[in-house]
Design a protein around this ligand. Structure first.
Ligand code: IYR
Length: 222
């Protein structure tokens, strides 16, 4: 007998028509998700953010080390501080560091160094990936696939936010070192994504973009 017990998988078979309906419904729902930069300041209760974080934290991950820390900020002063620091980095990125090949693809999306969403949204969630973990013997060891794990977790968080009728934006100020400093995270944690969460502002807009078709994104080998 293994020292590590297994338990039965909780799984219910769905009838084929229900499977198809569920799949169609889920896709129709996800298709409506959009990233807007226009947030309302309307408050959102903390429990909703907790549930989105818990949903994100169900993600499959490397060696089940769950290598993530979510920092959820609603303090207005701290959000202001983050915005100032993010905008300082982003001004350098947009004005000096961004090659033309990059700015050309960002132009249709209307992004710039102004990050009003960091102070407008009632919550800003910063996802840190843990690059190391403390072993039972007290020594530090690596985590595995922490980037992939946190990427999946972020996707599930985004879906949870959409399911509860709120919006989020994946903001990637670069470089992100300032986030660890401002939020007082330890050196083995690295910020990956900044996700303001809230209601869209009245009149919120999104760029008029289109998603690739199935045949553009997938190859089936049957
Ligand atoms: N990090 C910057 C720039 C930016 C980069 C990509 I790639 C985007 O899809 C959007 C923005 C920012 O967050 O504005």
């Amino acid at each position: 007998m293994s020292d590590h017990p297994f338990v039965p998988l909780q799984w219910n078979e769905l009838p084929p028509t229900t499977m198809l309906e569920a799949a169609e419904e889920n896709y129709a729902f996800l298709k409506k998700r959009r990233t807007t930069r226009h947030f309302s300041t309307r408050p959102v209760e903390r429990r909703l953010i907790e549930l989105a974080i818990l949903a994100g934290s169900t993600a499959p991950n490397g060696a089940h080390l769950q290598p993530w820390t979510w920092v959820a900020i609603s303090q207005q002063e701290l959000k202001g501080h983050l915005r100032e620091a993010a905008e300082a980095e982003e001004r350098k990125t947009y004005d000096e560091r961004m090659p033309e090949a990059w700015s050309e693809v960002l132009q249709p999306l209307g992004t710039d160094a102004v990050k009003a969403h960091l102070t407008d949204a009632p919550w800003v969630v910063v996802l840190f990936k843990q690059k190391k973990r403390q072993r039972e013997n007290g020594h530090w060891g690596p985590t595995y696939y922490s980037t992939e794990s946190c990427g999946i977790a972020a996707g599930m968080f985004i879906q949870a936010v959409h399911t509860m009728g709120l919006v989020t934006l994946t903001h990637t100020p670069s470089p992100m070192g300032f986030l660890r400093e401002i939020l007082g995270r330890p050196s083995h944690e690295e910020a990956m994504l900044v996700m303001p969460v809230g209601y869209p502002a009245d009149g919120a807009e999104v760029p008029d973009i289109h998603r690739k078709t199935l045949s553009e994104v997938a190859v089936f080998m049957e």
